[in-house]
Design a protein around this ligand. Sequence first.
Ligand code: 4AD
Ligand code: MG
Length: 476
Amino acid sequence: MQIKEILQTAEIGKEITVKGWVRTKRVSSNVVFININDGSVIHNIQAVAETGIIDEETLKLVTTGSCVAITGTLIESQGQGQKVELQVKSVFVYGTADPEKYPLQPKKHSLEFLREIAHLRPRTNTFSAILRVRHSLAFAINKYFNDNGFFYLHTPIITGSDAEGAGEMFRVSTLDPIKPPLNEDGSVNYKEDFFGKETNLTVSGQLEGELGAMALSKIYTFGPTFRAENSNTTRHLAEFWMIEPEVAFFELEDNMNLAEDFTKYVINYALTNCYDDLVFLENRLKEEEKNKKKEEQSELSLIEKLRFVVDNDYVRLTYTEAIKILLNSKRHKEGKFQYPVEWGIDLQSEHERYLVEKHFKKPVILTNYPKDIKAFYMKQDEDGKTVRAMDVLFPGIGEIIGGSQREDDYEKLLQRTKEVGIHEDTIWWYLETRKYGSAPHSGFGLGFERMVLFVTGMTNIRDVIPFPRTPKSAEF
Ligand code: 4AD
Ligand code: MG
């Protein structure tokens, strides 16, 4: 029986066996207290044994980090903080953990230190809570789409295209990297590669997702994506998970409605289904904030912040309107933005966060960006300058979603691929969908880890994925 079920059913008098990892052991004059956790919930179960019940040899092996099975009777707890406890009958030790060497001592460790022991950090309260929330969010995402008539489309990880056209791909090749076979003109002869052509890890499942939408009407992808962008920030990973719905007959406004409804649903799901973990994470944040200056402390607690997003409309405005707001801001006038503001710039995180956290104080959907700073596949507006793009910006995060209505006109799309230098032979299949039964359609990509960051209140993206991959770091 998992601890979650034991605590829920709380069947007093029942004999049960609890299996898990020892968090703490405390020996007093005539009793031993052992706290165990099995990761099913944030709470531990306390096992209590009178002296002599556990033999000396076994008791020595029961240390923080060891793995045990404890059999006993569930009784009402005498102590505070828990309703039930286990009156021990026997203890079996599966695996010991040398107390001199075990890195996770029962004390507060820094997040930086825990990143260095990513193989053990899921055993801490903080990371087990994050991993459970992550799981629930993934489940909620699948549930939302399933309940709304979307089909889960599995798009390839290895591809020959660059969906975002940004050249940030990790190459996949079976050729000798030092001495690859060469053509007569000195270029690499990819015909000898496993796939007979240049391939890379996908940066997005969107292009294939669009093919799915042109047949099944409503699809979504949910898989790993890879970016070789050298952004060493607290918001970027080289390997992250992305959710990409794509819908036939959707225009930009429908796309915005979907993004708002969908994000609210998954946040609300976490509020309902991960409440104990969120309370734990909220308290953790409160502890951290005690050390900060008053003006740096957040006005809302974690749970209040999540409720606020679920209960309020997102602000919608165009990129051009946002630029006006930024230009009129005191911060701009005092020259305090690191990157100067003018129409045409790619908004930086400082601009996005100003709009969301200082100006509107709610999530914002920005639309109709200049075409030169957006991907080739976005539908062009009539003004010839902007495209039907939309980015959703969240407090504390900045961009959490990027999406658009797609260009459905064959000639216009072909023209745009040429302008940005994408070779037709890498995406001829994508272009063909505009030749055969083209339809208006739209979609977006949600960065899964950014959503996990938002919901858990963590501040570094390395702390919301089990094994983060970032520049110069792929140890585990
Ligand atoms: O804005 P992006 O690059 O859009 C796309 O990839 C589109 N193909 C999506 C679509 O329309 N189907 O990425 C989408 C989201 C971003 O808003 C961000 O949340 C996340 O993916 N993201 C990252 N998350 C972590 N690390 C990175 N390096 C990320 N790059 C993007
Ligand atoms: Mg983007």
